[in-house]
Design a binder for this molecule. Structure first.
Ligand SMILES: Cc1cc2nc3c(=O)[nH]c(=O)nc-3n(C[C@H](O)[C@H](O)[C@H](O)COP(=O)(O)O)c2cc1C
Length: 181
């Protein structure tokens, strides 16, 4: 049997963070080993316990946790076959576009040689803001893959572009980029 490919799933502080639970489950069903790394603000939206239960592993939450001497940002980054950030906030996209490595996810993104895939989720005005669009373009030019958000009803009550892509689309993109099943 083929060795499972390793996905790091980065989860950030978007209302769409609840979808990350389904992404973990579905990637597991497709034969991937999934490690979850979440930002502090992601914890406002989904509990680490939910994600660790579904991933059957501890969830990485902080660059400076008890085992910091093991440097999880480097260990995870080196072992991953792919780094998927879903959902990705405007904040993390901005940090990544400018090399700001001030949390676990941004450190992993700089330290990894794996493919990086971003599924943005945010309010339409935020997503269409010139700064966010420029940040996305900059990351695309650097070889980062994007799974574009959909038009739809958003949590803020408006309808427009910014709804995170379907879980199926996200999982299929990961399979397409690194293979599994
Ligand atoms: C209810 C609520 C929903 C939010 N949803 C989003 C979102 O979908 N996308 C986004 O970019 N920011 C969203 N934000 C703002 C982020 O949570 C905020 O920028 C946060 O600092 C992002 O941190 P992180 O990227 O480190 O997780 C939301 C904030 C609140 C209070």
């Amino acid at each position: 049997m083929a060795k499972p490919k390793k996905v790091i799933l980065g989860v950030t502080g978007s209302i769409a963070a609840y979808k990350s639970a389904d992404i973990v489950r579905r990637l597991g069903e497709r034969g991937f080993a999934v490690w979850v790394a979440m930002t502090k603000d992601a914890e406002h939206f989904i509990s680490p316990l939910t994600l660790s239960s579904l991933a059957c592993k501890e969830v990485y939450r902080d660059t400076f946790e008890a085992d910091a001497w093991k440097m999880p940002h480097i260990a995870l980054a080196q072992e991953a076959d792919i780094f998927l950030i879903a959902p990705a906030t405007a904040a993390i996209i901005g940090k990544l576009a400018h090399g700001i490595a001030d949390n676990l996810l941004t450190c992993i993104a700089l330290a990894t040689q794996a493919k990086v895939v971003i599924a943005p989720a945010m309010n339409t005005q935020m997503y269409q803001h010139r700064i966010v669009q420029e940040n996305c373009a900059r990351l695309k030019a650097l070889g980062v893959y994007f799974i574009n958000p959909l038009k739809g009803k958003l949590a803020c009550g408006t309808t427009g572009e910014g709804h995170i892509a379907d879980v199926d689309t996200i999982v299929d993109m990961v399979v397409g980029l690194v293979g599994q099943d």
